[in-house]
Unconditional design. Structure first.
Length: 110
């Protein structure tokens, strides 16, 4: 298995939360193979950057991905074009995940 990932851990946490807005930090950490402390730090980063909104739901937190926000980082597009929104990227990976899940060979459909 490769010791690197195509997506950053921040992106992977965002995808986990998009899939399950009520996910606990312990579940996110277990899914991604990071410590709970690291998962907490990433969720804090995403919240402070405005990409997540944290809402208390009793003793638990629920998160809302701010899908309309552009991808972070330096602009790499030509002037006059727009950066893709976080929601577009989340939707792309969700669609790929569903395609892989429905194909027993692991190949991406389409």
């Amino acid at each position: 298995m490769a010791d690197w990932s195509f997506l950053t851990t921040h992106a992977r946490v965002l995808l986990c939360i998009a899939h399950d807005p009520g996910a606990r930090l312990r579940d996110i950490a277990a899914t991604l193979g990071v410590t709970e402390r690291r998962a907490h730090g990433i969720v804090t980063d995403l919240t402070q950057s405005g990409y997540l909104i944290r809402q208390k739901d009793g003793r638990r937190n629920r998160y809302q991905v701010q899908a309309h926000l552009p991808l972070p980082g330096p602009g790499t597009r030509e002037p006059g074009t727009r950066e893709p929104a976080i929601g577009e990227i989340v939707a792309l990976f969700a669609a790929q995940s569903e395609a892989i899940g429905s194909n027993s060979t692991g190949e991406v459909n389409g």
